[in-house]
Write a protein that binds this ligand. Structure first.
Ligand code: ADP
Ligand code: MG
Ligand code: MG
Length: 885
């Protein structure tokens, strides 16, 4: 028999898959002896069964009622008991935290009778009606599907009538009236009455939480966070405790360290006389957590104790939700908290210093994506003027964009290519699409734990919240701050690191982390923390890290960033600019002499290119790829040429002979599918003299560097091999040229000759190819295109977002390597290549080489190195270290 329900006393944190994160951690806190209101968890398995069959799992109702009986016994009160009702919260909680994305219903169990009993038993009539109106409102929107805004409007109308500044200005009679109005609203909108039966309320709330797994917000959030769609959510049913019992009660959220910077201290928000959902919803302004120390020192001290217990137990930053009921503290939630990249590095280093975690654990807790974010520039604070407004620095980084005031406008403008900043009084889960589309989120209310702050941090999006000087006028689509008015569409700059908003586009300054990589300068504690993570990663990683670089400047930068060589030096750009004419001449050459002249003119230029790069990478391997792209790319556009010729004809002027000749060549060379055309080794084999010229330039550059006392280590790489025959022919030619240059210079010029593996056929015949190749380098961009049968440029805009929507891709295969298909070809080629040639050196030089997840795959596939763009080199080093843990 499957079991669907576990009491909090039965679970533990290692059961997050089954109980969800919230349930597992509630159980863990219960086990630690912290004051958690008793309850039980309905498993994610029950949710999965419900979602696939559409019906309530068999036996679930029975299990729930058994567990409920136990709760009732312990509490000495029954659900729905008219004189003293037990009330419950029904809370969603998936394996991976999805803050605010699913539903929770509080105060379940109240009805027209028991609300009177609650008033009497608590001695607080206002509290009883406040709880009842909350239940009707949450049940109405969550379970019965009534638009939440209608409840808000009804309440706002009542507040206006009463001249109440906020909900505290409404008395018991007002709230009783509000309950009636809400019930009427439900009858009208949902076509049924608010259910009076507590058992029915509970049962329907549980199913509604299950359903909320597939709500639109939740799905969008999962897609962004790469959370699988089939996990389902657990449901936690828990005895209510009450923060809305007056001024000696309240609710709050707390972090054991600052989730934005990682600094230790007391961080959080508190709201007196409120239930928990009020804290994040921002219906009233919260106070900093330290205030609780003044309002209720005993509860505050207990809270600090429990925070210390949790941090020591989880050995990490924890975030916490709590409620104080008439001075008594209750813990309602904890989890290892989300944090910014800056906080992640800082906390990892500090916890290691405190001896709570090892260096390996510290490395496991930071990541390449975060590191990349820290390398972004920030605003140059010495150059910007006075800020328009200050707020809470909720998620760091610098962003510039046009102010927009709702989610739809943000989406619309972003789709048209405009950069936007979403400005809201506060955000709700409905603003998610706009937050995704925006460069930054700016709110005038709410603290570090508001919805805007939590979600933006999770996305790595710049966010300033609680900028109280700002007044948002949604109707006129503008905001004012101090004396300034900012209309929709006006550009503003948001500094999420400092918590400031500037008018116009503020100038950017380099980040300290970037400067550290460039110069080795240790500017601050964050840089120290990053440096320590990098050192540890370099110490444990097995994968080498090289860079893709085609100029001496890029090569030098890559070396400063820690590259151990060049894995891909493309030669294409060396044929562009004013050299294009020489290439044209080579293509148009009719006689051998004409061609030799063109190639001869290119030779010294190429030699200089290679010598510069070999100098920048002295002593380290430099893998130079022979010319790859289709020849037609070097010729003028066909339509343009034809138009020019036709125009000349129309004007009666004689068409230029050169143009006519060019058009002829372009027509000959033009390809419908250049990606699959005359490229790579094919080009080398049919364009006489090209390979020889490039190899001579490489070999002579090696000679030149050696004469200058250098240690050049050039490797020659042949692109787009399908079959070993191609490689054999090119290799023979390469060796002939190397022998010639050796003889001429009196120096033995030795360059290992290897090949790219970027076509499925090459991967499948890698054993044969390895007989001719000293090394392999996977070109995973082309290998992805040719394995899937689509060309990146054509398909990304055309259907990738639809494929991501439908879940066919979890992530674009051009971003993260497709392990199942492309990855399998890689594995085959590694195994067969090494079987034929033991010790064969193998790397990857596609863009996947700098993608964190892909780096982990290349590590486990046994590659020797990854090669990526210079700026991604630190990311690859870090991730290669993490992969080796
Ligand atoms: P979310 O996952 O969106 O944070 P929760 O299930 O944590 O949703 O519920 C939101 C808030 O409701 C909590 O922060 C807490 O303040 C309040 N809450 C939940 N359960 C209880 C309870 N048993 N007693 C009092 N308040 C509760
Ligand atoms: Mg919560
Ligand atoms: Mg390629």
């Amino acid at each position: 028999m499957v079991r669907y329900v576990y009491a909090f006393t039965e679970g533990g944190r290692d059961m997050a898959g089954l109980l969800g994160g919230k349930g597992a951690n509630l159980a863990e806190m219960t086990r630690l002896g912290l004051p958690v209101p008793p309850g039980f968890t309905v498993t994610t398995e029950a949710c999965r069964t419900f979602l696939t069959t559409g019906g309530e799992p068999a036996g679930l109702a029975r299990e729930i009622s058994d567990h409920l009986s136990r709760l009732e016994e312990a509490a000495g009160r029954r659900l729905g008991q008219p004189d003293d009702p037990l009330l419950l919260s029904v809370r969603s909680g998936a394996r991976f935290s999805m803050p605010g994305m699913m539903e929770t219903v509080l105060d379940v169990g109240l009805n027209d009778d028991s609300v009177l009993g609650l008033a009497k038993s608590s001695g607080n009539e206002r509290f009883a009606w406040d709880s009842y109106r909350r239940l009707v409102q949450m049940f109405g929107s969550t379970v019965l599907g009534v638009d939440g805004a209608l409840f808000e409007e009804t309440m706002a109308g009542l507040k206006r009538d009463r001249g109440a500044a906020d909900d505290l200005g409404l008395d018991a009679a007002d709230l009783a009236g509000l309950v009636e109005a809400y019930k009427e609203l439900i009858r009208r909108e949902a076509g049924e009455s608010f259910p009076q039966s507590p058992a029915e309320q509970l049962q329907r709330a549980v199913l509604a939480v299950f359903r909320s797994w597939n709500g639109e917000r939740a799905r969008l959030y999962r897609r962004r966070e790469h959370i699988p769609d089939d996990l389902g959510t657990a449901v936690n049913v828990q005895c209510m405790v009450f923060g809305n019992l007056g001024s000696d009660s309240g609710s709050g959220v707390a972090f054991t360290r600052d989730p934005a910077t990682g600094r230790t201290g007391v961080y959080g928000d508190y709201l007196a006389d409120a239930q928990g959902e009020d804290v994040v919803a921002g219906i009233r302004n919260t106070v900093p957590l330290e205030e609780l120390g003044r309002l209720n020192p005993a509860a505050f001290d207990r809270l600090r104790e429990h925070m210390a217990t949790l941090e020591a137990h989880y050995r990490d930053l924890c975030d916490i939700e709590f409620t104080v009921e008439r001075g008594r503290l209750w813990m309602l939630q904890t989890r290892v908290g989300k944090r910014t990249a800056e906080a992640a590095f800082t906390i990892a280093a500090e916890l290691a210093d405190e001896g709570l975690i090892t260096a390996d654990e510290g490395l496991a807790r930071v990541g390449g994506d975060g590191l990349a974010r820290l390398m972004f520039p920030r605003f140059d604070t010495s150059a910007v003027g006075d800020p328009l407004a200050h707020g809470i620095p909720a998620s760091p980084g610098a962003a510039v964009g046009a102010a927009v005031f709702d989610s739809a406008e943000a989406v619309r403008r972003a789709a048209a290519g405009e950069k936007v900043v979403l400005v809201r009084e506060e955000t709700t889960p409905d603003d998610l699409p706009g937050m995704v589309a925006a460069q930054a989120v700016l709110t005038s209310r709410g603290g570090k734990t508001s919805h805007a702050a939590v979600v933006a941090r999770g996305m790595g999006k710049v966010c300033v919240c609680g900028a109280e000087e700002i007044t948002v006028d949604l109707r006129r689509r503008r905001f004012t701050a101090g004396g300034t008015t900012v209309e929709e569409g006006t550009v503003v700059s948001v500094d999420g690191s400092e918590g400031a908003v500037y008018p116009g586009a503020a100038p950017l300054a380099d980040s300290a982390v970037m400067r550290y990589f460039e110069t080795g300068e240790h500017a601050d504690g964050l840089v120290d923390a990053v440096a320590r993570a990098m050192e540890h990663a370099d110490g444990v990683r097995r994968l080498g890290v090289r860079a893709n670089a085609d100029t001496p400047g890029d090569a030098a930068r890559a070396r400063r960033f820690g590259a151990e060589g060049i894995g891909l030096c493309r030669t294409e750009h060396m044929f562009l600019g004013d050299r294009r004419q020489l290439v044209e001449a080579m293509i148009l050459a009719v006689t051998d002499a004409e061609r030799d002249r063109a190639l001869g003119a290119l030779l010294p230029l190429q030699r200089r290119d290679f010598a510069g790069i070999l100098e920048a990478m002295d002593g380290l391997p430099v893998t130079i790829r022979l010319l790859d792209p289709p020849l037609h790319e070097f010729l003028p556009d066909r339509t343009e040429l034809a138009v020019r010729l036709a125009a000349a004809e129309a004007h009666g002027s004689p068409p230029s002979a050169h143009d006519a000749e060019l058009l002829d060549a372009v027509n000959r060379m033009h390809e419908e599918n250049p990606m699959l055309g005359l490229r790579g080794v094919r080009l080398g084999l049919v364009a006489p003299g090209l390979v020889a010229m490039q190899v001579r330039a490489i070999a002579e550059a090696v000679v030149e560097r050696r004469r200058a006392g250098g240690d050049p280590r050039a490797e020659i790489m042949v692109p787009l091999i399908d079959t070993v025959e191609e490689l054999r022919l090119v290799r023979e030619e390469v060796e002939r040229v190397l022998a010639d240059v050796s003889a001429e210079s009196g120096m033995g010029v030795e360059c290992p000759i290897g090949t790219m593996i970027e076509l499925p056929r090459a991967a499948l015949t890698a054993g044969r190819i390895a007989e001719e190749a000293r090394f392999f380098s996977f070109g995973t961009n082309d290998l992805t295109q040719t394995t899937w049968g689509f060309s990146r440029d054509d398909v990304e805009a055309a259907f990738f977002s639809a494929y991501l929507d439908k879940g066919i891709f979890k992530v674009s295969p051009f971003e993260t390597i497709d392990r199942e298909g492309v990855g399998r070809l890689v594995e085959i080629a590694v195994a067969e290549g090494r079987a034929a040639r033991p010790g064969l050196k193998i790397g990857v030089c596609g863009e996947h080489g700098g993608d964190p997840e892909s780096v982990h795959f290349f590590h486990s596939a046994g590659l020797d190195y990854v090669s990526c763009s210079p700026f991604r080199v630190p990311v690859a080093r870090l991730e290669a270290g993490r992969a080796a843990l």
